[in-house]
Each structure stands twice: as C-alpha cells, then as structure tokens.
Write a protein that binds this ligand. Structure first.
Ligand code: TMP
Length: 236
C-alpha cells in the first residue's frame, strides 16, 4: 500500500469555533482519544472502563462513537452498516456523519475541557473503506482534510489513538455466534486482514499518535496495558 504522507496535524478547532486565539491557548484543554481495531478485537469494555476511571479522577467525559454520536450521524450509521452501496457513497456518508459529530459533539466537548473517548474515528475509514474495500486513499485524504479542517494545512486528529491489534482469525473466532452480523462483520477473514494492514499503515505513518495494544492477551492484561499508556502520558 502507498504510505500516507504525514500531514501537518493539530487539535485546533476550525476557525470560528469560539476558542481563544494566540499561542498555546489555541489548543482546547480537552483530550481527544480514539479507539480502533478490527471487529472482534474487544475494545468496547475497555472504553467504558476508561470513562469510569477518568470520571473517578474528576474529569468530565464525553463517551461517543463513529459512525454515530448524534441523531443524524446515527441515522447515517444505520444506512452504512446495513445497506449495500458503492465505496464512494459509503465514504461520503461516513464523512458526513463525522462532520455532524465533530461540529455538534466533539469540538464543543473539547472546548469545555472534556475527555472525549471516541469508539473509532477516521483511521477506521482508511482501514475499512481504504484498505478493506480498496477505495482510493487520496480521495479519503481529501475528505479527511475537508471534514477535519482546522485552518490552513491543519486538521483535527485525536491526541491519542489506542489500537487494539488482534489476529483476524482470532477476531473471527471471537465474533462467531455473538450476534447477527452487520455488513462489515459478515465480511470474510481476508477482508479483516486487509483492514488490519490498513491500521498498521496508519500507525506507521503517525507512530507518535498511536498506542498499539496486543489484544490477544487476557482481558485483564489488555486493560492494564491501556491504563499504562494513559499513565505514561500523565493523563491518569
Ligand atoms: P462498531 O461495531 O465498532 O461500532 O463499528 C461499526 C462498523 O463500522 C465496524 O464494522 C467498522 C465500520 N466502520 C467503517 O467501515 N468505517 C468507518 O469510518 C467507521 C468509523 C466504522
């Protein structure tokens, strides 16, 4: 796969989002943490666990997900997860949902100083639509820059992305019989091998944003690894 060009990144809100301008105060005081991994990697319980830990530490937490997180984005999620469509349509709907989510939930939460815990974000689009479905990465990069724009040559990305890395065959074993699969969960293991490679490529392009967790470990060991990433950053 073509490596992504490391862009200029920031956690700044778009112009006009109402935050103070100038120097370090440009950066919202909140923390934006996303969680990624192939279906079956087991991220959900750890995300809710972290929400409780941050709350116990006195932080306000916004717990949210993609696609989704707003009434409009949840409607788009239902279409994306259940209806057949070509990959461009799928990508446009996902980025439309993301724009609504960013402007009405994520950016206001970051401006308030919340810890935003987001179950998936744009890395999932590069992994699923890009690597998994084979959709054009340059088009995805253009959409990413439009939707996450934060002024010239800058766009919003998570401060940290916790990537639950799991072998696709093991993920499929964990998922089997769990529930009626949605459009993505029903994909063959080869699809998830490509998605996993898509995540690896994103990590390689931006290693400092990513924390890779070995999700094949016991749930307790995974949890301890997640906590230790946040403690190392002095966020807990
Ligand atoms: P979830 O089951 O972890 O909530 O994720 C929903 C599904 O949507 C999952 O199979 C991954 C997929 N997805 C994409 O294909 N592209 C995206 O950009 C996002 C955020 C999710």
């Amino acid at each position: 796969m073509t490596p992504t060009v490391a862009p200029s990144r920031t956690t700044l809100p778009p112009e006009g989002a109402g935050l103070a301008k100038g120097g370090p105060s440009l950066r919202p005081s909140g923390l934006f943490i996303s969680f990624e991994g192939i279906d079956g990697a087991g991220k959900s319980t750890h995300i809710s666990g972290l929400a409780e830990v941050f709350k116990a530490a006195g932080r306000a937490v916004t717990l949210t997900r993609e696609p989704g997180g707003t009434p409009l984005a949840e409607k788009l999620r239902s279409m994306v997860l259940n209806d057949a469509m070509d990959p461009l349509t799928e990508s446009l709907l996902i980025f439309a949902a993301r724009r609504d989510h960013l402007s009405s939930v994520i950016l206001p939460a970051l401006a308030r100083g919340d810890v935003v815990l987001c179950d998936r974000f744009t890395d999932a689009t590069f992994a699923y639509q890009g690597a998994g479905r084979g959709f054009d990465l340059a088009t995805l990069r253009t959409l990413e820059q439009w939707v996450q724009s934060a002024g010239a040559d800058k766009w919003l990305q998570p401060d940290l992305t916790v990537w639950f890395d799991l072998n696709p065959a093991e993920a499929a074993r964990r998922l089997s019989g769990a529930r009626v699969p949605d459009k993505f969960e029903a994909q063959p293991v080869e699809f998830f091998s490509r998605v996993a490679q898509g995540y690896a490529d994103r990590q390689q392009a931006e290693p400092s944003r990513f924390a890779r967790i070995d999700a094949a470990q016991s749930r307790e060991s995974v949890w301890q690894d997640v906590l230790s990433v946040l403690k190392t950053k002095n966020w807990l």
